[in-house]
Design a binder for this molecule. Structure first.
Ligand SMILES: CC(C)(COP(=O)(O)OP(=O)(O)OC[C@H]1O[C@@H](n2cnc3c(N)ncnc32)[C@H](O)[C@@H]1OP(=O)(O)O)[C@@H](O)C(=O)NCCC(=O)NCCS
Length: 111
């Protein structure tokens, strides 16, 4: 093609970053485009990723979240995550603590 490429019209609506190591899933980052929120995207992404992690042998999923992040907390609690502890001054920008949440799969729960 000669000349500049036409602008890409595709847009990322949501992403989730996780890894699975030694039977543990770690959820590192999750975000949904501000104009695409409250449509179930984050819930679907999380369920899909957790199902994948389970097939890889995960027994527990861990994540950190700001105590002030009520939307994210509602999402995680609705999926069965539970508060396991706090990491003091975890977030550099605000010096906020992190809540440490975990989800333990039940024995026999979909593998
Ligand atoms: C948190 C976030 C990922 C949720 O994404 P989303 O696609 O809007 O979430 P969903 O539509 O799947 O909502 C699932 C549930 O989360 C909760 N929730 C989501 N947004 C909420 C809000 N603004 N207020 C209260 N609860 C909310 C609700 O329980 C919701 O279920 P419901 O719609 O049946 O009530 C999104 O708000 C975001 O990207 N925030 C900024 C980045 C961030 O905080 N990431 C998490 C870091 S730990």
């Amino acid at each position: 093609m000669i000349g500049p490429r036409p602008p890409l019209r595709r847009q990322v609506w949501a992403y989730l970053i996780y890894w699975v190591v030694a039977e543990e899933m770690h959820i590192l980052n999750l975000a949904v485009h501000p104009q695409r929120r409250r449509r179930g995207l984050a819930r679907r992404l999380l369920i899909q990723a957790m199902t994948h992690a389970r097939t890889l042998g995960a027994q527990v999923a861990w994540l950190e979240v700001r105590p002030s992040n009520q939307p994210a907390l509602n999402l995680y609690y609705s999926l069965g995550f539970q508060e396991m502890g706090r990491r003091p001054r975890y977030y550099e920008d605000t010096q906020e603590d992190a809540l440490l949440l975990a989800y333990y799969w039940e024995e026999g729960e979909e593998e």
